[in-house]
Design a binder for this molecule. Structure first.
Ligand SMILES: Nc1ncnc2c1ncn2[C@@H]1O[C@H](COP(=O)(O)OP(=O)(O)O)[C@@H](O)[C@H]1O
Ligand SMILES: [Mg+2]
Length: 324
């Protein structure tokens, strides 16, 4: 498979009054052309910081990418001027958020916002941009798209705002779509519809996707590969089949047990004991060690290296390799 994006040893820190938040501590991941990679982990593990770092939207102060490479189609995004990055945002990479109003502007009509996004990045006149906006709204299943073109965001329901945001994000046919918890705020039926939709449109325009979620059910439905994140590290990455059928990392196993199983009577959902640590004073060695049932001495002392456990499947845990 051909690689679209490569993230190498990425470190992002936040310099706060309480101390330095080491949010990303050297993460590595690849996204191939046409695939969708799921990024999972509990709240506070660094998923959104990963997305914002790739978009180069980490605000200074307090945040800063302090090391690493983000290579899109052979170009290191951390080495180009902000102006060039601005062009890449919304043309090569676009992002959708949990909260649609964070990318929709309340004072402009839906039609003018999508058209503007199109004319900003493509050489088309206003009329053509409007036509494409309408097509996009149709593609995302917006009922009465012509009317919606003239409406303001607040006139739409949450689900419809979400569709409008997706239409806007996909209107310039990005090579990579980053979706950060795109359906978390929606009710279950709308969630399923929106997920189907993102998948369908993504296939249609043949782009890759980084789908961020804390919901493994969503990943199972949509993604071909999965990266599991814990406290600033990617602890396991592999195909969805490998991760679901044969998880290696105790954290991944814990996340699996926490998925509610339909039709299976469970007395109590097994959750991983403890909580995600604050990343100002994270645990030494493997950051998961205080919550791990298989903790060994070495886990407190050294961060485990990432090792290959089978083709395309990597894990960072001393139970499965690394010099103890
Ligand atoms: N602007 C910020 N200032 C300080 N710390 C931040 C900021 N943004 C994120 N963090 C910290 O970075 C870590 C990762 O956060 P985040 O990426 O939002 O987690 P997730 O998206 O996985 O829930 C958390 O410890 C969070 O408190
Ligand atoms: Mg988040």
């Amino acid at each position: 498979m051909e690689e679209l994006l490569k993230v190498k040893d990425l470190k992002t820190y936040f310099y706060t009054y309480e101390g330095v938040v080491k949010a990303l501590e050297g993460i590595n991941l690849d996204i191939y052309k046409g695939e969708s990679l799921g990024l999972v982990g509990e709240t506070g593990c660094g998923k959104s910081v990963t997305a914002l770092s790739i978009m180069r939207l980490i605000q200074w102060p307090p945040g800063k990418i302090i090391d690493g490479e983000i290579i899109l189609d052979g170009k290191d995004l951390l080495k180009i001027p902000e102006e060039e990055m601005r062009k890449i945002r919304g043309s090569d990479i676009s992002m959708i958020f949990q909260e649609p109003m964070s990318s929709l502007n309340p004072v402009f009509t839906i039609g003018s916002q999508i058209s503007e996004a199109i004319t900003l990045h493509q050489e088309v006149d206003k009329k053509e941009a409007e036509k494409r906006s309408l097509d996009m709204l149709d593609l995302v299943g917006m009922p009465d798209a012509e009317k919606v073109m003239k409406q303001y965001p607040h006139e739409l329901s949450g689900g419809m705002q979400q569709r409008a945001m997706i239409a806007m994000a996909l209107s310039c046919k990005p090579k990579l779509l980053i979706a950060d918890e795109p359906t978390t705020a929606l009710d279950v039926t709308v969630q399923a519809q929106i997920l189907d939709l993102i998948q369908k449109v993504n296939k249609e325009i043949d782009s890759s996707m980084l789908l961020i979620t804390h919901d493994l059910g969503v990943v199972a439905q949509v993604c071909s590969r999965v990266a599991v994140m814990y406290a600033g590290y990617i602890v396991e990455i592999g195909t969805a089949k490998q991760i679901f059928k044969n998880p290696y990392h105790p954290y991944t196993k814990g996340l699996m047990h926490a998925i509610p199983k339909i039709h299976v009577e469970t007395k109590r959902l097994e959750v991983i004991r403890g909580v995600v640590p604050n990343l100002i004073t994270p645990p030494s060695g493997c950051r998961f060690h205080p919550r791990c049932d298989h903790m060994m001495d070495v886990c407190k002392k050294k961060a485990p290296p990432t090792v290959k456990v089978e083709e395309g499947h990597y894990v960072a845990c001393f139970l499965h390799g690394g010099v103890k």
